[in-house]
Write a protein that binds this ligand. Sequence first.
Ligand code: GLU
Length: 292
Amino acid sequence: MNFGFTTRFAPSPTGEMHLGNAYSALFAYKRADKSRGGNFLLRIEDIDSSRCKSKFETSILVDLEWLGISSDTTIRRQSEHLDDYALAVKKLKNQGLIYPCFCSRSDINAINNAPHKSRITVYPGTCRNLDRSEIVDKISVGKNYSLRLDVKESLNRLGKITWYDRKKGLQAVKPELFGDIIIARKDTPTSYHLAVTVDDHLQNINLVTRGDDLEPSTGIHRILQKLLGFSEPEYEHHKLIFDNDGERLSKRNKSATISSLRSSGIPSYQLIEALLDGNDERLLDLLDRTAE
Ligand code: GLU
């Protein structure tokens, strides 16, 4: 009998692995509860070919091995599964829920920089109601476009959507937080949201764990799951790891890379314990030792 979960760690190989990533990986590994039959899977989220590098994937795998973590199945690389995403795009297209968006990044940034900006840019729907001839004209002069989901219409059809968060209980999806999200980017025939939703389904993930910063994405993924007829996983969003100045430990904080901690000679079990028992003092002490 399997009383564990199937969880995953899904890093994007855009830099060295840092403490926050290690915590995320350990969290998902622990939640899989392998002693009760759970599975832990690894997925490389490498659809952004301009930012993802195979050298970073290699270093992430070395770091995970040092942390004693490995995938229970073959590692899934998103760049090798573009057909799966194309099929999902087609399904959404057939439902009449997708439209081309010709807005550039600077158009969107202009919205973001407007006075009274909110932290999250919500696409205002500029291209939602373009008529057919306008679309044909833009495409015929070679304008690139992304594909967006008509979220309002999706919710009209689906009704109220929720997700189950293991810590917070039932949560309602709040579409005003994200608006019409991108389903396929201009340069890639998928987006983060679509690829994650399809992969979690195909990898039979029944507990999605990730950082609090990605919580707003969960509502988007629930809408896509419903539209695509996928089953619903449970969710758990975990805390982010902070450094001395209260700043999120990120790839910018060099001292916090796992490879620097490894080469400083600390045993991996010390880092694992410090991360998992939530003892910030212990963690900061380890960081200080690498800085010496
Ligand atoms: N690839 C994402 C990241 O590295 C995580 C995606 C997810 O867990 O849904 O932040």
